[in-house]
Design a protein around this ligand. Structure first.
Ligand code: PGA
Ligand code: ZN
Length: 416
């Protein structure tokens, strides 16, 4: 069994040019190094208030090189639960502010990489153990707004879900066509204002609903059938829109009660081929989420991001709010807690989606989590910029490696 010989932290830079934490874990037998693993902490912009707290990067790096290195050295790298428990014990706070969630998630993931490397297996296989696995169905952003585009449009993500695709690679091919078509439409109408933080177009729409109409247009331009081949997923990120008891859609010049927003979203669900809505109401607005799920939960995937912040306990207390959970390892701090949230989701009959953050890097660990744990869906932003494409491309490599051993691609099963 390989033991941890060394843990090293360093400051690196993310897709927004902001500093973040990289951890490197060296493992071996005796004093002989056999393998190493590396991971980088991502960062959110529209963070939920219940997320584990990231701290100043210099302090987080010092924590990796000092106390964390001291605590993990000589431990077996194969026992992820024990490693993560040691990190939690060392931190000792409810919100991880002592070690920093950024330090903890980088180390937790780097340990998993090092163990897989020591066993000479790909990371997804470590998580899958002997289970057969499938590639996840992607949710891919075409237009970006909200906190990722200075609020130019209120909705944060307008995404496509290739519900008719027969494989992961086919879903990406279709998305490439839609992404190109959407860009061409915007350019032609003079509405293209660059790209937002996750690589989706930064559009100059006149209303939020125009984004839905444009997305349907782009799907059709790509010669795909909206609602049959390709569905729409939205992340309203409504915590960002909530002030003084109301939801503010600045672009539409409207301020809505929860009940009015419920009706607006319901109208969109009637008029557009929407299959999934994330954070339709603010993180504390459980009654609105419950009412929305009661009415639309049979026909829609309703995803809690800020609402669940990858907490197993929050999922257990959902009481009918949402029917799906976003899984973001850095929201909670360790791999073991992320997996516990996935277990809680399954136990509650909820689906889950493994998700990246708006601040990302070349790190592709989350793709391996989605495949290995059999989560079924993956959200990593748009179809541009290499911190996003690195993840889609890693999925292609895994799909190729799995070949005929893969379980059927879950697209149709999830949304038909
Ligand atoms: P964030 O956004 O990483 O900025 O929080 C992603 C999301 O809301 O899903
Ligand atoms: Zn979200």
């Amino acid at each position: 069994m390989a033991k941890i010989l060394d843990v090293k932290g360093r400051r690196v830079w993310d897709s927004r040019g902001r500093a973040t934490v990289e951890a490197e874990v060296v493992v071996g037998r005796g004093t002989t190094a056999l393998a190493r693993g590396r991971a980088i902490a991502p960062a959110g912009a529209s963070t939920g208030s219940g997320e584990a707290k990231s701290i100043d990067v210099a302090a987080a790096v010092q924590n990796v090189n000092g106390p964390i290195r001291g605590a993990l050295r000589a431990m077996s790298v194969a026992n992820q639960a024990a490693l993560d428990a040691r990190l939690l014990e060392l931190d000792g706070t409810a919100d991880k502010h002592r070690l920093g969630a950024n330090a903890m998630v980088a180390v937790s993931l780097a340990c998993a990489h090092a163990d897989a490397a020591a066993q000479k297996i790909p990371l997804w296989k470590k998580f899958a153990r002997d289970r057969r696995v499938a590639l996840p169905l992607p949710q891919i952003q075409i237009f970006g707004g909200g906190a990722h585009a200075r609020g130019r449009v209120d909705l944060q993500d307008y995404m496509v879900v290739c519900i008719g695709a027969g494989s992961f690679s086919e879903a990406l091919e279709w998305t490439a066509e839609i992404y190109a078509a959407a860009g061409a439409r915007l350019a032609k109408r003079g509405l293209l204002a660059g790209v937002a933080d996750e690589g989706g177009y930064w559009p100059a729409f006149r209303t939020n609903e125009e984004g839905l109409a444009e997305l349907v247009g782009a799907i059709a331009d790509a010669r795909l059938e909206p609602g049959v081949d390709v569905g729409i997923a939205l992340d309203i990120a409504a915590t960002q829109l909530y002030r003084d008891g109301r939801y503010h859609l600045a672009l539409d010049k409207r301020s809505l009660s929860a009940r009015e927003l419920h009706a607006v979203l319901g109208g969109w669900v009637e008029r557009y081929p929407i299959v999934s809505i994330e954070d339709p109401f603010a993180e504390h607005d459980a009654p609105a989420l419950q009412a929305f799920t009661r009415e639309f939960g049979e026909r829609l995937q309703i995803v809690g991001d800020d609402f669940f912040v990858t907490s197993a306990e929050r999922v257990r207390k959902a009481n009918g709010a949402c029917n799906s959970v976003l899984l973001k390892p850095n929201q909670v701090g360790t791999l073991t807690e992320t997996e516990a949230c996935w277990d809680a989701a399954r136990a509650a009959g909820y689906r889950a989606i493994v998700s990246a953050r708006s601040g990302e890097t070349e790190d592709v660990s989350i793709v391996h989590l989605a495949v290995g744990w059999g989560v079924g869906q993956l959200k990593v932003g748009s179809f541009a910029r290499s911190e996003r494409m690195a993840k889609w491309n890693e999925g292609l490599r895994i799909e190729e490696a799995l070949g005929a051993k893969a379980l059927p691609f879950p697209a149709g099963k999830l949304f038909k």
